[in-house]
Design a protein around this ligand. Structure first.
Ligand code: MG
Length: 390
């Protein structure tokens, strides 16, 4: 085996109380560790992923990481310190004889393929390479009264991140030697390598690859870094036939013709329903409300929108905005626009500012131009909520 990844999730570093140990905390629809495992498995150079967990977390792990990918090995239990957990993970990988290993913190879910590439490229040139960032803040050394005692030259100072990559045999030997020497509290694997005399190269990490340490970090990560935004698109057409009114956007308009359809034929609400369903990957309106089902004969189309909204919420997701374009020569939409936006805002329980509505003609071209039918397009943008952990 060429390259293994070792993810350390055995630590108990959460500095603010929460219902779950840090690696299992919700993160943008996933968990911290679920995201970290997924990123490493997604990298084409990684042949196996070994996770080290705390003994008490086996059930949390099974719930959070459920991928069938055979490259994900069964988790092993860690030790009392980070260093000991790393050694146990390396020992678990030893029978697979990887050439090299990337050791990574479970609490850095935002590692990118670029960073992994840089570590692997440097590892081809030497026994060890780690992701790190130059220190950019001014550094002060404090005295016992927390006053500045000295300035520290930040040139040549780097902040170590992970992944930290090593040729496998030398880092395993270094860890065993450190343990045998009674050194068990080194804070990263580069320190173990350095202690054993291995040269450690520095390659650029990224601010994005930060470690989620506090509950506040998790809140920030959930609110900013990985907002799971989804967009759905809907399109519908109904034929104009004899009649005296049309329903558009849930509003009844007197007209020289009617719209043909099994339901009330509200072409705009049908496009909107499909946009909402599409945003959360659900089946379309025709499958959910077939026009062969007598229940929907003459049905008001707001029922379809409400069902789509229910499915969005079940996802769980929240509608952020919708936008609709009606395509017709007549009726004129302008006088009804406010009422239509208001009605849609009610149906979606949104403020009216999040409902867009325009109408256009096709300059008398095509079926809409010939007044044979009315078309509608809609988009819906939703944000997927983090799934609550049971
Ligand atoms: Mg329709």
């Amino acid at each position: 085996m060429k390259t293994a990844a070792l993810i350390l999730a055995a630590g108990r570093g959460l500095r603010a109380p929460g219902p779950l140990p840090k690696p299992y905390a919700p993160l943008a629809g996933d968990t911290v560790i679920g995201r970290t495992v997924a990123v490493l498995l997604a990298h084409p150079a990684i042949d196996a992923v070994q996770v080290v967990i705390a003994a008490a977390d086996a059930q949390h792990y099974a719930t959070a990481v459920a991928t069938p990918d055979p490259r994900l090995l069964p988790p092993v239990t860690g030790g009392a310190s980070r260093q000991q957990s790393a050694l146990m993970g390396l020992i678990a990988l030893e029978p697979r004889a990887p050439d090299q290993v990337l050791i990574h913190d479970a609490a850095r879910p935002f590692v990118t393929a670029d960073i992994i590439d840089r570590v692997l490229a440097a590892l081809a040139q030497g026994p060890a390479a780690i992701a790190a960032l130059p220190v950019t803040d001014s550094l002060k050394r404090a005295d016992a009264d927390r006053r500045v005692a000295a300035d520290v030259d930040r040139n040549d100072l780097w902040r170590a991140q992970t992944p930290q990559g090593f040729q496998f045999a030398p880092i395993l030997a270094a860890h065993r030697a450190a343990a045998a020497a009674g050194r068990t509290e080194m804070t990263d694997d580069a320190q173990v390598a350095q202690w054993a005399g291995l040269a450690v190269a520095l390659v650029p990490g990224a601010e994005q690859n930060r470690k989620l340490t506090t509950a506040e970090d998790l809140v920030m990560a959930n609110s900013q870094a990985l907002i799971d935004v989804r967009t759905g698109l809907g399109f519908d057409v109904h034929r104009l036939v004899a009649g005296d009114h049309v329903w558009l956007c849930g509003v009844r308009l007197a007209h020289t013709h009617g719209l043909e359809g099994h339901s009330d034929a509200d072409v705009a609400l049908h496009a909107l329903t499909d946009a909402l369903l599409g945003a959360v990957g659900e089946a379309d309106i025709g499958q959910l409300f077939p026009n062969t089902d007598p229940r929907w004969k003459g049905a008001p189309s707001h029922l379809f929108v409400s069902e789509a909204v229910r499915r969005v919420r079940l996802c769980p997701a929240q509608v952020m905005n919708v936008d609709i374009t009606l395509v017709c020569e007549a009726p004129r939409i302008g006088p009804y626009r406010d009422a239509m936006r208001q009605r849609i805002a009610e149906l979606l329980e949104l403020e009216v500012g999040r409902v867009g509505l325009k109408a256009t003609t096709t300059e008398t071209l095509g079926f809409t131009g010939r007044r044979e039918g009315i078309a509608a397009l809609a988009t819906a943008t939703v944000v997927r909520m983090p799934r609550t952990q049971s």
